[in-house]
Design a protein around this ligand. Structure first.
Ligand code: PLP
Length: 477
């Protein structure tokens, strides 16, 4: 493709994307295909000769779009949002064209410096303490691919500190023996990425009970720590979640932070979804206790209208992270990159990294803080509206507190709730996923669509209650 054709095809693609968004409501949310459907439509061998862009687009329509789950559909209510916005798409378009791998200052000065600037902007917008700001404290923020990666990075830094401490107490002990003493705690409602991180880093992870508000409390943590210390283990890291995946609940970081602070245990907060809501000052009470937190991650692509992957982590002591991760082979050195505090390769597992800060910058500027606040508040308000509709019907039970854009509910027993979920999903009108909380099978209704409104909420409610009536009637007969 030459630049002349690229200009034409680029314009066509922009129209294609705009048409997709304008007409998305007419599609099924979940595709009507079976596993293996693509085998029939895509040859098993790659082509020897060049194919035309027209043919590629025809096959996108014929083979690819029919197999897409439409995460941007108004009735996609599964998982958590995986957002995008026009400014973000446009900025990423340019990033893909520039294709520069900003791992050090010299590899792309603009990418390195803009990332520092936007991470401080975000820290400001979210009301994070000064210790997390590049320009004010000993810490700072950096983007990563995923919340799971953020967690691994903070666990690596904490593990580095813990092993240093243990080897000063047991200088003759083998590193593998010291590693086997380490233990991490989290609520049973924490995302599974903590167990994955433990598997990767060969560290024991323990899920702790939560209270009746689905919150991990300080006394539960302290009891677990004391038990394990008696067994000769070394608790060194706690993961608290603000906005758990199953029910959107908040661990009590005030209490947990006090326990961690007293015992010099690293406290990491996973606020992958809920973190974006702290842009609204009225939501920040959920962050009480943040001063005792060592690191925190947010997926900006979940709720802040930025395309994936835009995960962000802030850490209160960047030197520890860099001491853990820095490697400086000759081929990566440059006389103007000597301040390796700013070299992003020393902040993450992968060396090369996309110019993610450009879309973050573009979205914040295009929406402004007020536009992003409006977006979050709209989702929270509509979730409350959905909850009120549900509470008006005694056949439904709302589980947990509705603070965010998530409403969890069930029918009178697990069997009926499972039946309702499978009927809703196979109708193609809506897509939702379940969660397990204690003995309950619950359905999570998440507001993901940027332009959600009361009409669409009422439409959801009518679909859900009509299908529930059918199921309950069948069950009665
Ligand atoms: N943490 C929470 C609270 C989540 O809800 C999720 C995903 O939904 C994750 C972590 C995992 O995110 P990622 O896919 O970016 O690793």
């Amino acid at each position: 493709m030459d630049s002349k054709e690229f200009r034409q095809r680029g314009r066509e693609m922009v129209d294609y994307i705009a048409d997709y968004f304008e007409n998305i409501e007419q599609r099924r949310v979940f595709p009507d295909v079976q596993p293996g459907y693509l085998k029939e439509l895509v040859p098993s061998e790659p082509p020897q000769c060049p194919d035309s862009w027209d043919n590629i687009m025809k096959d996108i329509d014929k083979a690819i779009l029919p197999g897409v789950t439409h995460w941007q559909h108004p009735h996609f209510h599964a998982f958590y949002p995986w957002t995008q916005s026009y400014p973000s798409i446009l900025a990423d378009f340019l990033v893909d064209a520039l294709s520069s791998a900003g791992f050090s200052w010299a590899s792309c000065p603009a990418s390195t410096e803009l990332e520092i600037a936007v991470m401080d902007w975000l820290a400001n917008m979210l009301g994070l303490p000064e210790k997390f700001h590049h320009c004010r404290g000993a810490g700072g923020g950096v983007t990563q691919n995923s919340a799971g990666e953020c967690l691994i990075v903070s666990m690596l830094a904490a593990r580095h500190n813990a092993l240093k401490h243990l080897s000063s107490i047991y200088p003759n002990e083998d590193a593998a023996v010291l590693l086997s003493k380490l233990v991490i705690y989290h609520s049973k409602l924490a995302h599974s990425c903590v167990e994955k991180a433990g598997m990767v880093l060969l560290i024991k992870t323990k899920g702790l009970d939560f209270d009746d508000k689905h919150s991990l409390r300080g006394h539960t943590l302290e009891t677990a720590i004391e038990d394990d210390e008696r067994k000769g283990l070394y608790p060194f890291f706690v993961l608290a979640t603000l906005g758990t995946t199953p029910v959107g609940s908040f661990d009590n970081i005030q209490e947990i932070g006090e326990v961690c602070n007293r015992r010099r245990i690293w406290l990491h907060v996973d606020a992958a979804y809920a973190g974006s809501s702290f842009i609204c000052p009225e939501m920040r009470t959920q962050m009480n206790g943040i001063k005792n937190v060592n690191s925190l991650n947010i997926n900006l692509h979940k709720w802040m209208l930025m395309n994936s992957e835009s995960s962000a982590i802030w850490i209160d002591d960047k030197k520890v992270l860099i001491e853990t991760m820095a490697i400086e082979p000759l081929y990566l050195q440059h006389h103007l990159s000597e301040n390796f505090l700013s070299s992003k390769k020393n902040w993450s597992i992968s060396l090369c990294r996309k110019f993610r800060s450009l879309k973050i910058w573009a979205v914040i500027r295009s929406y402004g803080i007020s536009g992003l606040q409006r977006h979050i508040r709209n989702h929270c308000k509509l979730a409350k509206y959905f909850e009120s509709l549900m509470l008006s019907d005694s056949r439904f039970q709302v589980i947990g507190t509705v603070n965010l854009g998530l409403v969890c509910f069930k029918l009178k027993n697990n069997h009926l709730t499972e039946k309702l979920l499978s009927t809703l999903n196979s109708s193609g009108k809506m897509y939702l996923v379940p969660a397990a909380v204690n003995e309950d099978f619950i359905i999570r209704y998440v507001i993901c669509y940027e332009k959600m409104n009361e009409r669409l909420i009422e439409e959801s409610w009518n679909i859900i209650r009509n299908l529930a009536s059918e199921i309950l009637n069948q069950n009665y007969e």
